[in-house]
Design a protein around this ligand. Structure first.
Ligand code: PMP
Length: 407
């Protein structure tokens, strides 16, 4: 196996050569969104200069080309996550919409008064609020699995919460705020033992960990194109055929129908039943190029390269007096969240920005998790495959400088 060639990878990402505040950009906000390789950027230009047309409609040449290109993405997503059927891949606008779709449609079909749903204390707001709303609407009960001081799920409590009234378990694969990798196979097996389906929020996993939905036996999987080197405005909902067929449509209008009369409308088959209206055609088509890019490098190669960076940067940061790591799970991916004693994360972020380093500061859309740790937020450096050891050194030196100034 070849060594992971980060120099070659970096050459594909034009934005990485720019400067910020007079310094070379060090982009460590990959948890928020990733940068795009030239292959994706070129595909966007090519789409508008050669293909632009609506999909699934016209008999004319361009519409056929655009439809074929759009459907190539779906066809490639199937083996990418090892879905059984291509029609189990619903294209949405992102993780948020994918989760909302399930909460809304699965909720209508399967959740009733007194039923119970389970989430965890480390969920992103987009995997909390849709379930809260569903519970309010249906008179159902939302249970939350706590996390320990390391930021790991309390599996004992999870076991004790599961019962025959459990109608859904919705959890993140990788925590966007802490980097914790959850034991998803075990989570799914335990839920299935009481007959409950599982939705995995894979927004922070899909670009770092090879996912096989059949091996995990997961019922729903949600992720976003823009966090996996693809365009903004497209995301994926994988769902097992048996659930998707049993769920009513999400939005209604064009595309999702078979036949419309004023007496009765019948719905289109999967996946189109859940894809009302003109989709984000450009993003849908160009996601293919991000999939190709990742597939060519190999997710296992990407994962081991990134893990090396994570370990290296973590150990270097821990040498800084007054620095506290938030999230010390045994199984971690790509995220380093930390605080300097008594310093607001925002102040650290401002200093890093002056030095050309992009990190995220704040609650990372996980307010309940920050409350659990009694902190207002963290400074989060999140790693992608184009980051380097040199960039980790720049980060560590900058945090050391911030600590000298602020502590
Ligand atoms: N879940 C997790 C774990 C995330 O990190 C994010 C994005 N920060 C989302 C859901 C929401 O993704 P999007 O904004 O692309 O819908």
């Amino acid at each position: 196996l070849e060594r992971f060639d980060v120099d070659r990878v970096r050459k594909d990402f034009p934005i990485l050569t720019r400067t910020v505040n007079g310094k070379p950009l060090v982009y460590l906000d990959n948890g928020a969104t990733t940068q795009k390789p030239r292959q994706v950027i070129d595909a966007i230009v090519n789409y508008y200069t050669q293909l632009n047309s609506n999909v699934h409609r016209g008999v004319h040449h361009l519409s056929q080309l655009a439809t074929d290109a759009f459907e190539v993405t779906r066809r490639k997503l199937q083996p990418f996550i090892n879905a059984t059927h291509e029609h189990e891949i619903i294209l949405t606008k992102g993780t948020t919409e994918s989760i909302n779709l399930v909460a809304s449609c699965y909720g209508k079909a399967f959740v009733n008064t007194g039923d119970e749903l389970i989430i965890s204390a480390m969920e992103h707001h987009s995997n909390i609020v849709p379930w809260q709303i569903l519970c309010e609407e249906r008179g159902a009960i939302l249970h939350v699995v706590p996390v320990n001081d390391a930021g790991e799920l309390d599996m004992e409590t999870y076991r004790s919460l599961l019962n025959e009234r459990t109608k859904m378990v919705a959890m993140t694969y990788v925590s966007n705020a802490l980097g914790t990798i959850n034991p998803v196979k075990e989570i799914v097996a335990l839920a299935h033992a009481v007959g409950a389906p599982v939705l995995l929020d894979a927004a922070q996993a899909i670009q770092h960990i090879a996912i096989d939905v059949q091996a995990l036996d997961v019922d729903f999987l949600a992720f976003s194109g823009h966090k996996m080197y693809g365009p903004t405005g497209v995301g994926v909902l994988y769902g097992k055929e048996k659930w998707l067929n049993a769920m009513p449509p999400y939005q209604s209008g064009g595309e999702m129908i078979k036949e419309v009369t004023f007496a009765k409308t019948t719905y289109n088959e999967l996946p189109f039943k859940f894809e009302a209206g003109t989709p984000n055609i450009e993003a849908g088509i160009c996601l293919t190029h991000a999939l190709d890019y990742i597939t060519e490098l190999g997710l296992d190669n990407i994962a081991s390269y990134e893990y090396d960076l994570l370990k290296y940067a973590t150990s270097q940061l821990l040498e800084i007096p007054g620095l506290r790591l938030v999230g010390t799970a045994k199984e971690k991916s790509s995220v380093i969240s930390f605080l300097l004693d008594g310093v607001h994360p925002y102040d650290v972020g401002v200093i890093l920005d002056k030095l050309g380093i992009a990190v995220r500061t704040g609650h990372h859309c996980t307010q309940p998790l920050m409350d659990r740790f009694n902190i207002p937020g963290t400074v989060r450096a999140s790693i992608a495959m184009y980051n380097t050891r040199e960039e980790m050194d720049i980060l560590v030196a900058a945090v050391r400088r911030a600590a000298t100034m602020l502590l």
